[in-house]
Design a protein around this ligand. Structure first.
Ligand SMILES: [Zn+2]
Length: 65
């Protein structure tokens, strides 16, 4: 599992108006593919968090280039 910050994300928190943050969580599956989920939440501890969305699936078939 890998967690990266999404740097080109500039939305604002709908609860308090402060900048929101997004992180992408990549998770390897048993079949070799990788699912990436984006999590969006407020940068302040106001508690707002959007639902996680699956943004893409990487087809990581081993040995194929
Ligand atoms: Zn907020």
């Amino acid at each position: 599992m890998r967690v990266t910050d999404v740097l080109d994300f500039f939305a604002r928190c709908p609860a308090c108006g402060y900048a929101a943050q997004a992180t992408a969580v990549e998770r390897e599956r048993a079949d070799g593919r990788t699912d990436a989920t984006r999590r969006i939440g407020c940068a302040l501890p106001c508690g707002w968090q959007d639902e996680a969305q699956t943004v893409y699936t990487i087809d990581g078939t081993p040995g194929v280039r």
